[in-house]
Design a protein around this ligand. Structure first.
Ligand SMILES: [Zn+2]
Length: 399
């Protein structure tokens, strides 16, 4: 059976061993410091080297039936019976241990706040780790637990101790969660001279000192099915990197306001208000401009219909112009580039007139009785066709 070096010392990352079996692109060893995926903790990766060869270890898995640990290799395989030197990737391992220890410690902080906040499930697969809690903790509870843990990590000397305890002696330890494990149970304990802080049955790997898992920061909570609250947190170096990165972004953003990150919320709120006022002013100015332009546009009488023709430079003003058609009139708006609109505040059907006129001038468009839009390459032909159709139109509303 493989000797599990990671249980003897989770900080030992280099080791020597003998290849005991080879299967496809996997090898098993007489001893290993590679932790196999399990208990929510990711598999170790790293490298194996031997006389005349080397390969990357891209995955480590435990065969549940036989208990054998298989190292997946990328590259050539060492011969069975040959000696290898293994090296676990230090950064991946350390961060996995920080995540895992952060999970135990944060769960204990919630448990101390209220024993109803019991852990239903955990995940440490990604930098953003999760604990699913029962008991529906509020935002205040979350911040209280986070603060309790921060102060505990900063002000105590909680040390890791792992012990294998016979099932019958478990009642001597204040387990945070009851365990389904039978026989000999591996307990992971964070304690100091005053006693236990957290005792959990766990097969994973953890940092030697609780403070090495810090900082532990809760990013957010989510309500998930089963009335559970998912607490999303980051721990250790990954927490430092994430929070530091967010500070740098905030600082760069705040510099645009000649302010510091602490003033950012107030500055953005002021900007939002100012933007809303500017939008209102712009809208009022557009309306005034359009009213002025429409009043200045010459009014033609075509049979019983009154037509105004308005030329606009800015296509963005077209919808507002069509909305402002004077009562009893038809308004034809042309925009540089061939965009056209027709609005009616009399009995004329703008959509039908525009569609029919565009079929003569070339182009496409149409719309409702009150307003229609289209596109043509021949504005002069369109104007002539619209005039012709309005001339033939009858019975408009009186102005
Ligand atoms: Zn654990």
């Amino acid at each position: 059976m493989t000797q599990l070096l990671y249980y003897a010392d989770s900080t030992q990352l280099e080791f020597s061993a003998e290849v005991t079996a080879v299967q496809e692109n996997k090898v098993s060893l007489s001893a290993t410091a590679f932790y196999p995926e399990g208990g929510g903790q990711n598999a170790d990766v790293g490298a194996l080297a031997w006389d005349g060869g080397e390969a990357r270890v891209t995955d480590t898995q435990k065969d549940k039936a036989t208990g054998e640990i298989w190292h997946t290799l990328e590259g050539t395989l060492p011969p069975v019976g040959g000696a290898v030197r293994g090296e676990v990737d230090a950064q991946t391992r350390w961060r996995n241990m920080q995540r895992h220890s952060g999970e135990h410690l944060l769960a204990q902080a919630f448990f101390r706040l209220d024993p109803r906040f019991a852990v239903a499930a955990v995940s440490m697969r990604n930098a953003e780790c999760t604990i699913d809690l029962e008991g529906q903790p509020s935002e205040t509870d979350v911040r209280t637990a986070e603060t309790l843990l921060r102060e505990t990590l900063g002000r105590t000397r909680l040390k890791l101790r792992t012990v294998d305890v016979p099932e019958a002696e478990l009642d001597r330890y204040p387990l945070r969660r009851t365990t389904k494990v039978t026989g000999t149970v591996r307990l992971v304990i964070f304690e100091d001279e005053t006693g236990f802080f957290d005792v959990s049955a766990c097969g994973g790997l953890h940092v030697p000192w609780a403070a090495q898992a810090g900082p532990v920061a809760v990013l957010r909570t989510e309500r998930i099915k089963g009335d559970l609250t998912r607490v999303v947190f980051v721990a250790g170096e990954e927490a430092g990197e994430l929070l530091g990165g967010i500070y740098q972004q905030s600082r760069a953003l705040a510099a645009g306001f000649s302010a510091g990150p602490a003033d950012l919320t107030a500055r953005v709120e002021a900007l939002r208000l100012s933007h809303r006022e500017s939008e209102a002013q712009l809208s009022a100015l557009r309306s005034a401009l359009i009213a002025h332009e429409i009043a200045a546009a010459p009014l033609e009488t075509l049979g019983e219909v009154h037509l105004r023709v308005l030329e606009l430079v800015d296509a963005a003003l077209l919808p507002a112009a069509l909305n402002a058609v004077p009562r009893g009139e038809v308004l034809l708006v042309t925009v540089a580039g061939g965009k056209v609109g027709l609005a009616s505040a009399c009995g004329v059907h703008a959509g039908e007139v525009l569609r029919s006129a565009l079929s003569v001038s070339g182009g496409k468009g149409g719309g409702k009785p009150e307003a229609a839009q289209g596109q043509t390459d021949n504005v002069a032909a369109l104007l002539a066709a619209v005039r012709e159709r309005l001339h033939a139109a009858a019975a408009p509303l009186k102005p």
